[in-house]
Design a protein around this ligand. Structure first.
Ligand SMILES: NC(=O)C1=CN([C@@H]2O[C@H](COP(=O)(O)OP(=O)(O)OC[C@H]3O[C@@H](n4cnc5c(N)ncnc54)[C@H](OP(=O)(O)O)[C@@H]3O)[C@@H](O)[C@H]2O)C=CC1
Ligand SMILES: O=C(CO)[C@H](O)[C@H](O)COP(=O)(O)O
Length: 483
């Protein structure tokens, strides 16, 4: 036991895994009046937390899993915040061996939702409740109020909801935490959240690239633009921190920090999972996919080095009206962002249908308004759109977003055209515009694709004027038969 510990009191919650996320969430629980049992594989992290923050609330220090479990009120509630994958399975196994029927294990890490489905089913057989909870907000959110996306059995939420809601971010008096749905739904939703996060970051990166290469702005100038944008309809956590990153000066060289960071983006995997799941569900999440591939391309460092100097073709002159182009970029960013969210919500609807989760998109927009990395002013608009029509065929069709894109469309096209004519890569801006144009097209070239498939594989096609499937006898007399 360490300072701040009341040994006579059992803990309402235990947190195991006290790295960046777990330690800050444990402090958040303690600051909100809950007694927290602490556990980490290596004791050094537990002791560091207690040494630095032990006075912030009531903590119980434990070393072994048995001690940890014994320090908890019943039904026991344990939040796991360790690395996703095998480490999470190992910790669950150890905990399950020490816990009793009716106890609750919450996995707050970025788990793959299919792993969560498997874990929930297996723990249910052992009488334990398992909750896969997506948690977003990074270090700051974990400490001051994250957005929490708990899935799992409804009964578990009865025992957990008040506890989780007490540490979540609050927007207009509403906690950014709600029961998402059964088994893997919480982690599925968090995965798509991260996919949208990837798309948003890529779009912001493309905007920065345009300022740098088309307008020759310094990082400080771009930071000033982002600061201004953050006071308008683009207001969001990612726009806000972009200005902070761009303003930062490197102490070692005196240069802007962004200019000395290696331009190879890493990824832990949630964006890739989003795209893989979208492929399986048949949902076009083109903005998210471009973002994942853009990170992969940036990381192909030897290939990129070898390709420097390849022909660019004749490049156009740079934009002469910086103010107009800045406005155009802001509208392209806004419109592309609407596409990214629309695609993410489509994926959530498809996942919900596939797994029978009965997810409510308006609830998700509500709990993403605060605490999380993708929090943004326009999530209020998304919430309103789903409040007005819970069965929107696409977010893009909600009146507010339809009008916003109509207002942005010319700027959006100018940005993509200018980027292409200057040889500046804008994969997410361009593919979002292409998605929008494809969605609104009366006819797509898919008719030709169907004809080709029928030609080489007798795969059949449907006709616009008759029911049923048809096949043309391509290698015969080319008459049509009903398949
Ligand atoms: N960092 C972030 O911004 C966010 C992270 N997440 C997710 O939250 C979880 C925690 O993230 P973060 O705080 O960054 O920490 P890390 O993902 O870096 O994980 C470190 C923690 O995992 C523990 N650990 C690793 N392997 C094992 C094992 N085999 N058995 C037991 N414990 C193990 C470590 O213990 P030890 O100290 O002994 O090594 C340490 O406590 C992850 O799933 C992450 O994806 C979610 C949202 C945001
Ligand atoms: O979940 C998160 C935020 O919501 C984590 O920060 C996540 O690790 C970010 O993903 P990546 O490392 O792939 O950029």
């Amino acid at each position: 036991m360490t300072s701040g510990v009341d040994s006579s009191e059992l803990a309402q919650i235990g947190v195991t895994g006290l790295a960046v996320m777990g330690s800050n969430i444990a402090r958040n629980f303690a600051r909100n009046g809950h007694t927290v049992a602490l556990h980490n594989r290596s004791i050094a992290k537990t002791d560091a937390l207690l040494a630095e923050h032990g006075s912030e609330g009531k903590f119980i220090r434990t070393e072994t899993i048995e001690e940890f479990v014994a320090a908890l009120q019943k039904p026991r509630r344990v939040l796991i915040m360790v690395k996703a994958g095998d480490p999470t399975d190992a910790v669950i196994e150890e905990l399950a061996g020490a816990m009793e029927e009716g106890d609750i294990i919450i996995d707050g890490g970025n788990a793959l939702y299919t792993d969560t489905i498997r874990r929930e089913a297996s723990l249910k057989q052992r009488g334990l409740l398992f909750v896969g909870a997506g948690i977003s907000g990074g270090e700051e959110g974990a400490l001051n109020g994250p957005s929490i996306m708990p899935g799992g059995p409804v009964d578990s939420y009865k025992a957990l909801g008040p506890l989780l809601e007490s540490i979540a971010a609050q927007v207009d008096g509403t906690p950014c935490c709600t029961h998402i749905g059964p088994d893997g739904s919480g982690h599925f939703v968090k995965m798509v959240h991260n996919g949208i996060e990837y798309a948003d970051m890529q779009l912001i990166g493309e905007a920065y690239n345009l300022f740098r290469d088309a307008l020759d702005y310094t990082p400080q100038q771009v930071a000033d633009v982002f600061t201004e944008w953050n006071a308008g309809d683009l207001e969001s956590y990612l726009v806000e921190i972009t200005a902070e990153v761009l303003k930062q000066v490197d102490a070692k060289t005196g240069q802007p920090l962004v200019d000395v960071i290696v331009d190879a983006a890493e990824q832990k995997g949630t964006g890739r999972w989003t795209v893989k799941a979208a492929l399986d569900l048949g949902v076009p999440v083109t903005g998210i996919a471009e973002a994942v591939f853009a990170r992969a391309l940036s990381g192909s460092r030897s290939q990129r080095k070898a390709a420097v100097g390849l022909a660019s073709g004749t490049l156009a002159a740079k934009p002469s009206d910086a103010e107009q182009f800045t406005h155009d970029i802001s509208r392209a960013l806004y419109a592309s962002k609407i596409v990214a969210y629309a695609q993410g919500f489509d994926q959530i609807a498809a996942g919900s249908a596939e797994y029978d989760w009965n997810l409510h998109p308006g609830d998700l927009a509500t709990i993403w308004r605060g605490g999380c990395i993708i929090r943004a002013r326009f999530l209020n608009r998304i919430k309103d759109a789903y409040d007005d029509n819970a069965d929107l065929p696409s977010l893009i069709l909600a009146p507010y977003f339809r009008d916003a894109i109509e207002d942005a469309i010319d700027s959006w096209r100018r940005v993509v055209i200018t980027a292409a004519s200057l040889g500046i890569p804008v994969p997410a801006f361009a593919s979002s515009l292409a998605y929008y144009d494809a969605l609104r097209a009366e006819r797509l070239p898919a008719a030709l694709t169907q004809g080709q498939r029928d030609f080489f594989g007798a795969h059949t096609y449907e006709r616009i004027d008759s029911e049923g499937k048809f096949h043309t006898l391509w290698s015969g007399d080319r008459s049509e038969i009903q398949a």
